[in-house]
Ligand binder design. Structure first.
Ligand code: ZN
Length: 135
């Protein structure tokens, strides 16, 4: 596995509107954009933090995985996204090494990136996202 960088850190929040001022006004991170990712039932906001980004995730329905996460563990760090190339090849490679993936195929995530999550049971409790960005 060749990790190019930490692409972003995903943070679960109840409300983007309430969470954003800390990032934009106190940390003074530029807001790169906001979008709704229907497949994940979340609204996300991306902020630039040096070479990496912060992804704030607000659930759009009570059944969404982020809503369930907040209910169980409260707001806070949800996942770490590793920037990689050739996501399908990387997934195949680590599956052959015994790592469980949450899904078998990459999905289209925020910003059109191809993403797939490793199962925390295979990673010592951390939810890692593989994230391939074009260009
Ligand atoms: Zn993410």
């Amino acid at each position: 596995m060749m990790v190019k960088k930490i692409d972003h850190i995903g943070i679960a929040v109840r409300s983007l509107e309430k969470a954003l001022p800390f990032y934009t006004d106190i940390l003074k991170l530029p807001l790169l954009g906001m979008e709704e990712v229907e497949s994940e039932r979340v609204k996300v906001a991306f902020l630039q933090a040096g070479n990496a980004k912060i992804e704030l995730l607000e659930p759009t329905s009570a059944g969404s995985p982020i809503a369930q996460f907040i209910e169980k563990r409260g707001e806070g760090i949800h996942h770490i996204a590793l920037g990689i190339d050739s996501i399908e090849a990387r997934m195949k490679e680590i599956k052959e090494q015994g790592i469980r993936m949450i899904q078998d195929e990459p999905k289209i995530g925020a910003g059109g990136a191809l993403v797939a999550f490793m199962h925390p049971k295979s990673t010592g409790g951390v939810l890692y996202e593989l994230c391939e960005r074009k260009g």
